[in-house]
Design a protein around this ligand. Structure first.
Ligand code: NAD
Length: 387
């Protein structure tokens, strides 16, 4: 099959296995060239197949020789349809890990379910004994709880609707978009899906099963961003969920701290991933941010962020550097005053005519296509491949 990108709005419905493998190779190369990480050696990554979770897994495996067990929710290929990129990424990661003598297994299923938790626990018991780290990097649109209720997360504001400039990705124009306000029910549902409840369920299940090592680190990922995007992010439904995630972190430290657990929330940089490109208004901010951070030589992708998180912050000795609210700040470069001042200056000037000049739309699209395994100059996309 010759596989070409099929892009619709903010999603590509095809993925290229060779291109996804190329993206894995490049991330491994980055990690192996950038020094060792002195971290835990038996790691469970929830949300391990794309974006920040995948980069965490690669950094901890190839920069730290960790055994990694991954959980993801991805679709296999069929006769007519390619697999999702996370599926191809995982196959390529496992192949490389095994070539390097590293244990790497992945469970493809719903991380919210008890069934997947049970599968993970038996795999740990059978092959790892205990684990000493859990990376919680889920970005999910819905969650079905044990009583059969399905909650759907929404990206809406709280209180007032919000109108701002928006980049229409399909035709490169700037128009205004209005984000509607969420109902109480939608806020609660978003917290159920993207808050900390399931993270806590995981820790509890692992602890009850006796598979947590006596010294144990867990980290979940969050985002705050600039005031400009507060109505849609930090003060919106997703922001509420992220505040719940932080409360959960504090609760985990209280409940399990005495038994050797350390929980953290790392606030990461804004980056194009499958979930973030679905948030309205935010892609324009991303592409301006890319331009500014690249011009200032401060730009990082997921792998650079995760390598720096583990090497320079989380496992660089104690105490782990935290801000006054207790967060690890991997958005430290994004939030530098000189970066934000320049971004806001551009934001006020940007329109359809100067979009390509003032924002790094090409960089945005390059990251977007790379996520699905396309646009790598050293991959032959005319060649027949087995999906
Ligand atoms: P992503 O879409 O690239 O990855 C999501 C992962 O979750 C994938 O591995 C997917 O398979 C998995 N997943 C989704 N639903 C699942 C389910 N039900 N069961 C098992 N696995 C499931 O997302 P990302 O952007 O890397 O986000 C990861 C975390 O990082 C999120 O908490 C997000 O809020 C946070 N974050 C993202 C950004 C950003 O700009 N992308 C910035 C800061 C923080």
């Amino acid at each position: 099959m010759i596989i070409k990108p099929k892009v619709k709005d903010f999603i590509c419905t095809t993925a290229h296995p060779v291109g996804c493998a190329e993206s894995i190779h490049r991330q491994i190369e980055y990690v192996t060239e950038n020094g060792r990480i002195n971290g835990p050696k038996r790691v469970l990554v929830i949300g391990s197949s794309t974006g920040y979770g995948l980069a965490s897994r690669i950094a901890l495996a190839f920069g730290n020789s960790a055994s990694t067990l991954g959980v993801m929710f991805e679709r296999e290929a069929t006769e007519k349809r390619t697999a999702t990129p996370g599926y191809y990424n995982t196959v390529a990661f496992e192949q490389e890990a095994r070539k390097n003598g590293l244990y790497a297994k992945s469970i493809n299923g719903d991380a919210f379910s008890q069934e997947v938790k049970d599968q993970v626990i038996s795999e740990i018991k059978e092959n790892l004994g205990t684990i000493d780290m859990l990376v919680y990097s889920l970005a999910a649109p819905r969650r079905t709880t044990s009583d059969g209720t399905t909650y759907r997360s929404v990206l809406k504001t709280i209180g007032e609707p919000f109108t701002e400039k928006n980049w229409i990705l399909g035709n490169d124009t700037i128009e205004e978009a209005t984000i509607p306000t969420a109902t109480e029910e939608e806020i609660n549902a978003t917290v159920k899906v993207m808050g900390g409840e399931d993270w806590e369920d995981w820790i509890q299940a692992l602890s009850n099963a006796g598979v947590l090592a006596s010294s144990f680190t867990t980290v979940a990922y969050s985002y705050i961003g600039p005031e400009l995007t507060y109505p849609v992010y930090n003060h919106g439904t997703i922001g509420m969920a992220k505040k719940h995630l932080k409360k959960t972190c504090d609760k985990l430290n209280e409940s399990y701290g005495a038994s050797g657990l350390r929980a953290y929330v790392s606030v990461n940089k804004a980056l194009v991933t499958q979930s973030s490109s679905a948030i309205p208004i935010v892609p324009l901010y991303f592409s301006i941010l890319y331009r500014v951070m690249k011009d200032m030589d401060l730009h990082e992708g997921c792998i650079e962020q995760m390598q720096r998180l583990f090497q320079k912050k989380l496992f660089a000795g104690s105490p782990v550097p935290l801000d006054k609210e207790g967060y690890i700040r991997m958005d430290d470069w994004e939030m530098k005053p000189e970066v934000q001042e320049r971004v806001m200056e551009i934001w006020s000037q940007i329109n359809t005519e100067n979009l390509k000049e003032l924002a790094d739309t090409d960089g945005y699209w390059e990251d977007f296509y790379h996520m699905f395994g396309f646009h790598y100059s050293n991959v032959d996309y005319e060649k027949d491949v087995q999906p």
